[in-house]
Design a protein around this ligand. Structure first.
Ligand SMILES: [Zn+2]
Length: 311
């Protein structure tokens, strides 16, 4: 089975059997994406905000986004802070970043020594560069100065380095400098999300490609190439087809998602980041996506697991 939802009774089993729950999603050998949060910024959708965990050979190696609620889901999924190479923030809206300090505090109990990398966008509009965002949280005089060891290495916390990426659309594809070889490559593309600097991420691992489209309005034509032929393309569908002008400035409509997927031709398309306004007319929205894309369309829920076949 390539996709299933890890559900709560399994948590009990996991507690009884060590890390069994993690294995529910992540094969001991192979690649999988687990949805930690499939909801939006409003607390009325019974879902955590955005977060995706990339499992490689049973280890939780990469976290894309850290929206509100995902630190709980990270534990439920059996994620191990020690295994993370990178936390990749797509942008600094709360539903993509607010769980970061909670996750770091939780991780401070892990005994991890290995450095950690955090990536995110450069400054734009009212949003700071991700480096300044992290400093505002974690510097000695920051909001959570008691976690400043992440920036200066004191207090037995692992050092966290921060890389920010250009949000100029003509910059094209940028690649994250991962330092020590981690067995995969991570690419970045700026995507338009109103005035909010936003980054799509692409993981290239063992000849497979996983693309996280992030919040975007679908108007950067370079994104089609970025996502072309992906084994798994995750697209956000927080708005219905008849959303207002302001919402469309921020997000692609279902038919635009279908057009992008139709051109990029991923093996599988996962729709995520739902809000009540897009869930209310979910069938019609999925239909609008299918009008442009004839491949496999799957709907994310919190803790959904998508195994990339062939590993
Ligand atoms: Zn957003």
């Amino acid at each position: 089975m390539n996709s299933f939802v890890c559900r709560y009774p399994l948590i009990l089993l996991a507690a009884l059997a060590g890390c069994a729950h993690a294995q529910q999603c992540a094969p001991e050998e192979g690649i999988a994406v687990q949805v930690l949060g499939s909801g939006g910024p409003i607390a009325d959708d019974a879902r955590a905000s955005t977060g995706y965990l990339v499992w490689i050979d049973g280890e939780s190696r990469l976290l894309v986004d850290a929206g509100a609620g995902i630190s709980l889901r990270f534990g439920e999924a059996g994620g191990r802070f020690e295994d993370l190479d990178v936390i990749a923030l797509s942008h600094l809206h709360t539903d993509h970043s607010a769980a970061l300090p909670a996750l770091l505090k939780s991780g401070s109990f892990s005994g991890r020594q290995r450095p950690l990398l955090l990536t995110g966008p450069a400054a734009g509009g009212p949003f700071p560069n991700v480096l300044d965002f992290v400093k505002a949280l974690l510097a000695r005089d920051g909001a959570y100065g008691y976690l400043s060891g992440y920036l200066d290495g004191e207090g037995r916390l692992p050092l966290m380095s921060v890389q920010s990426f250009s949000i100029e659309s003509d910059e094209g594809v940028q690649t994250v400098a991962l330092g020590d070889p981690v067995g995969y490559e991570l690419d970045v593309l700026s995507v338009p999300h109103g005035i909010v600097p936003s980054l799509a991420y692409r993981v290239r691992v063992r000849g497979h490609t996983i693309v996280f489209g992030s919040d975007q309005n679908g108007s950067n034509p370079a994104f089609v190439d970025f996502a072309r032929g992906a084994d798994l393309l995750v697209m956000h569908m927080p708005i219905p087809e008849d959303a207002d002008r302001i919402a469309k400035r921020l997000h692609a409509t279902p038919s635009q998602i279908g057009r992008i997927a139709g051109e990029a031709e991923p093996e599988r398309l996962v729709l995520s980041h739902f809000m009540r306004r897009s869930l209310r007319s979910l069938d019609a929205n999925v239909e609008a996506v299918r009008a442009g894309y004839s491949g496999k369309v799957e709907l994310a829920e919190d803790l959904s697991c998508f195994v990339v076949p062939g590993n």
